[in-house]
Design a binder for this molecule. Structure first.
Ligand code: NAD
Length: 538
C-alpha cells in the first residue's frame, strides 16, 4: 500500500524531521496535529537527545536508543554523531558494538541491511534487487566468523557492517543511501546459538571449503550485476578466509579488507608520524615484530612499501624488518618457515630470547601481534630503552587481556621515555607527575576517507598505494601538540576535517593512476566536499 500522507513521512527516517518541520511544511504534508506545537531547531533536538541518553547508564542501552533514532530520523542521527565524535563513536562502534553483536537478537528492533544465506545461492540477485536503493556503492559484508575479539557470532555479526557503515557516513561523508550492510549466513560454530531456539540464523555448522568459496563467488558476481559501481569491504571473516578472499578478488574488483589493510595503514601512519615528529627519517626505523602471522604480514608489507617509496630497494626494505614467531627469531637457517615468511628471515644466529635479540638487532620499534598478553615484559622494555632514547612500543594484540604490555608498564619500565600505541584502548597514565595519553591505532582515520575517495572518483580498484597514501595523509595531520600528549593519530573530534584531506590525497592518486571513472575536476578538495553527505534538514 503506497501511502504518501504526513503520517508516513513521519515514519520515513530519510524524510522525517520531527519537531523541526516548519508550520508551512506541516500544512503542506498533512502533518498538522501530528506533532507538538513548537518548531524546533536541530540543535534543540540534539540537546533533548543528549539529555534522554543520560537516562541510560549502560552504553548498550545508549546504543539501542541511538539505533532507534537512526530508524526514526536519519538526519538527526548523523547530526548528533558528528556533533561530538569522541562521545558518540564509542557508542555506535567499538567498544559498544561488540556487546551489541553478542546480544543482537535482543537489541535488534528492526532488520537493517540484507541477510543472504548459503542456501539462497541462486537467489542472490533477487535478494539484492529487493533493497530499496538502486545505486548502492559501498557494502560492508561479514560472515560473522570472527567478530572483533569475540569469536563466532553467526548472523549477529551484522551489527559490525551496520556500525562500520555509520562511520563511513559520519566520519567520511559517504551518503547513507549509497551504503548497504550485508551478512552472509554460512552457519555458525557457536554451540550456544546452535542450541538457542531464538537464534534466527541457519542452525548448521559453518560451511567451509569449495562450497563456501562458490557462495562468495556467486555473491560477488551478483553484486556487480545489480550494483555495477559497488566497492566491497570484507569484514571480520576468520583469518585464513579473509586473506584468501582478498587475494582472490583484489586485482579483479574494487575491494579491500579493513582488518588487514586498514590496520596496516593506521599502524604505518603511526610510524610515519612518530618519525616526522621526532625529526627522524622513516628509513632510519627498524622494526622487530613479536608474532609472524596475518596481522604481522599486513603491517610489514605496508612498511616495506613505505620504505620503497622513500627510496630503499626491496631487499634493503626487508632488512629493516625482523620477526619472532612462537619458535623464535626468523632466520635463514630455519627450515619450518612458510613461503611468505622467507623474505623476513635474515642471516643471523637463531634465538629464542626476544629481549636479548633487541640488544643485537637494535630495533627502534617493537610491534606485538602475537596474541600473548604480557609478552613485552620488563626486560624487553628496559632493553628497548637501553638501545633507544625514545623506544617505540606497539602492542597490537586484541583484546586488552592479550596486549603484549599495558600502557602503564611501557611508561614506567621505560622511565617515561616510551612512545606507546596499542590495538586496544588504555586509560591515561600518571607517572612522576606527568600525564601520558596512550596512543591507539584507530582505523577510523583510514577507511571512511578511503571510502569517500572511492565513492567520489568511482575508483575501479583499491591498491596498496591508495592505502599508503591515506596513511601518509593521516600522519601529516598529527600535530606536535597531539604528539606531546602521546597521541600518534589526530584528535578524533577533527575526524571530518582529517578525512577530507585524506580523501583528497587518495582521490588525486586515483585520478593520476587512471583508476577513476569520472572526469578529473579542477579542484579535487571542492569536488570531494560537493559529494559529501552533510546532515542537514535543508
Ligand atoms: P595469527 O594467529 O595469525 O599470528 C600469531 C603469531 O604469533 C604467529 O606467528 C605465532 O607463531 C606467534 N606467536 C604465538 N606465540 C608467540 C610467542 N610466545 N612468541 C612469539 N610469537 C608468538 O594471529 P593474527 O591474525 O596475526 O593476530 C595477532 C594479534 O593481532 C591478535 O591479537 C589480533 O587481535 C591482533 N590484530 C590482528 C589484526 C588482523 O588483521 N589479523 C589486526 C589488528 C590486530
Amino acid at each position: 500500500m503506497e501511502d504518501n500522507t504526513g503520517y508516513s513521512i513521519l515514519r520515513n527516517p530519510r524524510l522525517n524531521k520531527g519537531t523541526a518541520f516548519t508550520y508551512e511544511e506541516r500544512e503542506k504534508y498533512g502533518l498538522l496535529g501530528m506533532l507538538p506545537n513548537a518548531v524546533e531547531t536541530i540543535e534543540t533536538q540534539i540537546s533533548r537527545i543528549t539529555e534522554q541518553l543520560e537516562n541510560f547508564s549502560k552504553p548498550i542501552d545508549q546504543y539501542i536508543y541511538l539505533m532507534q533514532l537512526l530508524e526514526n530520523n536519519e538526519t538527526l542521527f548523523f547530526k548528533t554523531i558528528t556533533s561530538d565524535p569522541s562521545k558518540f563513536l564509542p557508542l555506535v562502534y567499538t567498544p559498544t558494538v561488540g556487546e551489541a553483536c553478542q546480544k543482537f537478537g535482543l537489541v535488534s528492533r528492526r532488520p537493517r541491511g540484507l541477510h543472504i544465506s548459503i542456501d539462497q545461492k541462486d537467489q542472490i540477485k533477487e535478494i539484492l534487487r529487493n533493497w530499496p536503493e538502486k545505486d548502492v556503492r559501498f557494502t560492508v559484508v561479514t560472515d560473522g566468523g570472527r567478530i572483533l575479539g569475540l569469536g563466532d557470532l553467526g548472523i549477529f555479526g551484522l551489527g559490525i557492517p551496520i556500525g562500520k557503515l555509520i562511520l563511513y557516513t559520519s566520519c567520511g561523508g559517504v551518503p547513507p543511501e549509497h551504503t548497504l550492510p550485508i551478512i552472509l549466513d554460512v552457519g555458525t560454530n557457536n554451540e550456544e546459538f546452535l542450541n538457542d531456539p531464538l537464534y534466527p540464523g541457519l542452525k548448521i555448522k559453518r560451511i567451509r571449503g569449495k562450497e563456501f568459496d562458490d557462495f562468495v563467488a556467486a555473491f560477488v558476481a551478483a553484486m556487480y550485476e545489480v550494483f555495477p559501481k559497488i566497492c566491497i569491504q570484507w569484514e571480520d571473516f576468520p583469518g585464513v578466509d579473509a586473506i584468501r578472499i582478498l587475494e582472490t578478488y583484489r586485482e579483479k574488483i574494487c575491494t579491500f579488507n579493513d582488518d588487514i589493510q586498514g590496520t596496516a595503514a593506521i599502524a604505518t601512519a603511526g610510524f610515519i608520524s612518530i618519525s616526522r615528529l621526532m625529526k627522524k627519517s622513516f628509513k632510519e626505523q627498524r622494526f622487530l615484530f613479536m608474532g609472524a602471522g596475518a596481522a604481522a604480514f599486513g603491517i610489514a608489507d605496508m612498511l616495506v612499501k613505505k620504505f620503497q617509496r622513500d627510496g630503499l630497494s626491496r631487499e634493503e626494505a626487508y632488512n629493516q624488518i625482523w620477526m619472532f614467531d612462537v619458535n623464535g627469531l626468523l632466520v635463514k637457517s630455519r627450515s619450518d618457515l612458510a613461503e611468505h615468511q622467507l623474505p623476513f628471515a635474515h642471516e643471523s644466529e637463531p634465538s629464542n630470547n626476544f629481549a636479548e635479540s633487541i640488544l643485537k638487532i637494535k630495533p627502534t620499534a617493537i610491534v606485538g601481534v602475537s596474541t600473548v598478553g604480557g609478552a613485552f615484559n620488563q626486560q624487553v622494555i628496559e632493553n628497548m630503552s637501553a638501545v633507544n632514547e625514545r623506544p617505540i612500543i606497539f602492542p597490537y594484540s586484541n583484546p586488552t587481556s592479550h596486549s603484549e604490555c599495558t600502557a602503564e608498564q611501557a611508561y614506567v619500565w621505560s622511565n617515561g621515555k616510551a612512545i606507546f600505541a596499542s590495538g586496544s584502548p588504555f586509560a591515561p597514565v600518571e607517572f612522576e607527575g606527568r600525564l601520558f595519553t596512550p596512543g591507539q591505532g584507530n582505523n577510523v582515520f583510514i577507511f571512511p576517507a578511503l571510502g569517500m575517495a572511492i565513492f567520489a572518483t568511482e575508483a575501479t580498484s583499491v591498491t596498496d598505494e591508495m592505502l599508503l597514501i591515506a596513511a601518509e595523509a593521516v600522519a601529516e595531520q598529527v600535530t606536535a601538540a597531539d604528539f606531546e600528549k602521546g597521541l600518534i593519530c589526530p584528535n578524533v573530534n577533527d575526524i571530518l576535517k582529517v578525512s577530507i584531506n585524506v580523501a583528497e590525497k587518495v582521490a588525486e592518486h586515483v585520478f593520476e593512476s587512471g583508476l577513476a571513472n569520472v572526469e578529473r575536476p579542477v579542484n579535487i578538495k571542492d569536488f570531494i566536499k560537493s559529494k559529501m553527505y552533510i546532515p542537514s534538514y535543508n
